[in-house]
Every structure is written in structure tokens, then in C-alpha cells.
Ligand binder design. Structure first.
Ligand code: NDP
Ligand code: MG
Length: 364
């Protein structure tokens, strides 16, 4: 069988490196057309050699070369593992290419999900979720009627401060916030997990990817990160997707679907005792999640774009020790209340809102 032609954007990141590890495990199934990184040339070169990539692209000076390689080469699959919203035009270009598009970048879906999903429908691209919760939802929906679904339940680890009382959060440091108990990820997403904005972004991501009404979406804290999300049906059944917390599982599902690839991850070992527990999140403690739920319920794309942009700025300020941890939620709430934008009709509108929000917030 012909090998699938694949391109990976953000190859040097946490998601990118794990994707390359899945490809290396399944070298007979993939032909790597390109890998991109932003600045890390030496890591990119080493990864390129590992999977024999045809093109290696650095995007630090702009997306021109990446756009050209995407235009000029036949692709079956592209994986967007780059961070941040600046990659939106590339995700959109790929969605217009009539290929399978595996997207890990949730900020991109939160901000431009409507436009990317519409382009995928028009050009017969298939969007595959890489985020573990959305991969779980996808898997729990497979083979069932959409109209029989009662609710979608996203699980959350609770992040670095799951067991920290709310009144102690004012004293936590950047180092404390960049340690996730269950998942090893990039820095920004680890801090988002600690504030639970990550779950807020994921609620909006689920809404965009699967066209789910906000009232059918729910979040539950599941400290073990074994159940990656669940779908409840009208007959009282709840289907869960389980596995060790390792992103190579959802990555390999997105690349291999409908086949299951060898991801290099062992299944759960039920010969050992295991406990699974669940509890609802405290929305007073996790203010960022509360804000995201309100934004989701409001249904305005412009507000989702703004919330995501302000969160990125707030996390950056926290990392630079210019803002306290609890200041992140306060800043998002305050800035959101001061802003108002018309709804975007195109990717250009999305980028304009994103940029304008950042400018207004940074200029006070
Ligand atoms: P990392 O910070 O580890 O990696 C980011 C990657 O993107 C690197 O290859 C980096 O290149 C590249 N990059 C950085 N800035 C830009 C830019 N402006 N334009 C293009 N490329 C850029 O991030 P993660 O792998 O943790 O996360 C990537 C995305 O996946 C995020 O959107 C995150 O929310 C999402 N995600 C991550 C999960 C995880 O487990 N890590 C789980 C679910 C979703 P360079 O190395 O050269 O800087
Ligand atoms: Mg996730």
C-alpha cells in the first residue's frame, strides 16, 4: 500500500516530537513531506534525519516558504502541532486542500474554528482532533446516532493546584504552575491546565469541532487522567475512552483512523488495582473555567477570540512575573468587559480581532 504523505507543523514541540515518534514506529506507513519549526534549527534537523523528511522549514521569519511547500506538494495528512494563533492562515490553507487535517492547536480552533470547519466541509477535508479529550469524544461517538447523545463530558486533571485550597492560590509561583501531575506538555498549556482555562478552551474546541450545543457540554475533574472523556446517551449508557495519559495515543488515532496504529504506548494493566474518581470543578476556585463557560454560552466568536488572546497575554505576564497566578483570571475578566467587536465573517476578520485585542490590552 502507498505510504501516506504527511507534513508536520511545529515538529520540535511536545506534540510534534511525539508525532514523529509515532511515525518512526510506523515508518512503512508514512512518507514525511515536510517538518516545520519556528526557530529551533538544530532540533528540526535531527528530527528530519530521524524520519527522512523531504523539506525542513523554519517559520520564524514568516510563513512564505511553508505556504509554498504546502501548495506545491501532494499531501494526504497534515498535523498542526504549532502553538499560538499566528498559525491560523496555515490551518485554513490546509483545510482547503481536501486532505486529512489533524489539529492539536486548540487556540486555532477556538478562534477560527467556524471558518476552518466550513472550509473543510467545502473542500472535503477531514478534521481529526488530536487533543486527547476530543479524540475521546470522537471515539465514543463512532458508530452511534448523533441524535441519541444526551451529553458530552470532558475530563480534567485539575492541573497543578487540584489539591491546593483556593485561598492559597495567591501565593503560587511560576515553577509551581508549570508542573502537571499527569501530563508532560509545553509550558503555556501546562499553565492553562493549572488555571483550568485549558478546559475552558477545550469546551469551546468541542463546540466548534463537533457542533455541540453548549448546554450538552460538561466538565468533570478526574485526577487519574485515565478516562479521557465520555459521551452519555439517551438510554442511560455512558461510553468512556480510557488509556494511559500519553499523547501518542490520540496522535496515532488521528493519523491512522479508522485503523489503529502501534503508538508505542501499552494499554492499561487491569491486573493491578486501580481507582478512578470524579468530582465537579469548583468554579469559584477556577475562575478562568467559569469565564470560558460564560463566553461559550454567549455564543459570540469575537468574544472567544478575545478571551483566548487575553489569556495568552495574561499567561505571558505571569511567566514574566508581572502578574500573579490569580491575576490571570482577573485580567481576562476585566479586559473582556472593556472590549466589544463585530462578529468575524472570514479568517482575515478573525486575525484582525485577535491582533486588535492584543494591541488594546498591551496599550492599556
Ligand atoms: P510546544 O511549545 O512544546 O511546541 C510548539 C511548537 O510550535 C514548536 O515546534 C515551535 O517551534 C513551534 N512554534 C512556536 N511558535 C510558533 C509560531 N508562532 N508559528 C509557528 N510555529 C511555532 O507546544 P505543545 O506541543 O505543548 O503544544 C502545541 C499545540 O498543541 C498548542 O496549541 C497546545 O494547546 C496543543 N496541545 C498540546 C498538548 C500537549 O500534550 N503538549 C495536548 C493537547 C493540545 P520551535 O521549537 O522552533 O520554537
Ligand atoms: Mg486536552
Amino acid at each position: 500500500m502507498a505510504r501516506a504523505k504527511i507534513g508536520i507543523i511545529g515538529a520540535t514541540g511536545s506534540i510534534g516530537v511525539q508525532t514523529i515518534s509515532v511515525i518512526a514506529e510506523n515508518a512503512d506507513k508514512f512518507e514525511v513531506v515536510f517538518l516545520s519549526a519556528h526557530q529551533n534549527a538544530s532540533a528540526l534537523k535531527a528530527l528530519g534525519e530521524r524520519v527522512n523528511a523531504k523539506h525542513l522549514i523554519l517559520t520564524g521569519d514568516g510563513f512564505g516558504e511553508l505556504e509554498r511547500v504546502i501548495d506545491d506538494n501532494e499531501l494526504d495528512i497534515a498535523l498542526v502541532g504549532a502553538s499560538g494563533t499566528s498559525i491560523i492562515p496555515i490551518a485554513y490553507q490546509l483545510a482547503c486542500k481536501g486532505i486529512r487535517l489533524a489539529i492539536a492547536n486548540k487556540e486555532c480552533i477556538v478562534s477560527a474554528g467556524r471558518q476552518i470547519m466550513a472550509a473543510a466541509r467545502t473542500h472535503s477535508s477531514v478534521i481529526m482532533p488530536v487533543d486527547s479529550e476530543h479524540s475521546a469524544l470522537f471515539q465514543c461517538m463512532a458508530g452511534n446516532n448523533r441524535c441519541d447523545i444526551a451529553s458530552f463530558i470532558l475530563t480534567a486533571s485539575g492541573g497543578a493546584f487540584r489539591d491546593t485550597p483556593a485561598d492559597k492560590l495567591k501565593d503560587v509561583t511560576v515553577k509551581d504552575a508549570t508542573t502537571n501531575p499527569n501530563w508532560k506538555m509545553g509550558r503555556k498549556i501546562t499553565i492553562d491546565s493549572a488555571t483550568m482555562m485549558n478546559k475552558g478552551l477545550e469546551l469551546i474546541e468541542a463546540h466548534m469541532l463537533f457542533d455541540i450545543e453548549p448546554k450538552k457540554l460538561q466538565v468533570v475533574i478526574h485526577p487519574q487522567s485515565i478516562v479521557h472523556s465520555m459521551v452519555s446517551y439517551l438510554d442511560g449508557s455512558t461510553l468512556a475512552q480510557m488509556g494511559n495519559p500519553d499523547m501518542r495515543v490520540p496522535i496515532s488515532y488521528a493519523l491512522g483512523y479508522p485503523d489503529r496504529l502501534n503508538s508505542g504506548v501499552s494499554p492499561l494493566d487491569f491486573s493491578k488495582a486501580m481507582e478512578l474518581s470524579f468530582c465537579p470543578p469548583d468554579l469559584k476556585k477556577y475562575k478562568c473555567l467559569d469565564i470560558a463557560i460564560r463566553v461559550l454560552n454567549g455564543g459570540k466568536s469575537a468574544e472567544m477570540i478575545a478571551m483566548n488572546a487575553i489569556n495568552e497575554l495574561a499567561v505571558d505576564a505571569f511567566v514574566k512575573e508581572k502578574l500573579s497566578f490569580v491575576g490571570i483570571g482577573d485580567m481576562i475578566e476585566r479586559c473582556l468587559a472593556d472590549l466589544s467587536y463585530a462578529e468575524p465573517n472570514s479568517v482575515e476578520d478573525v486575525l484582525e480581532i485577535d491582533e486588535s485585542v492584543r494591541k488594546r490590552v498591551l496599550n492599556g
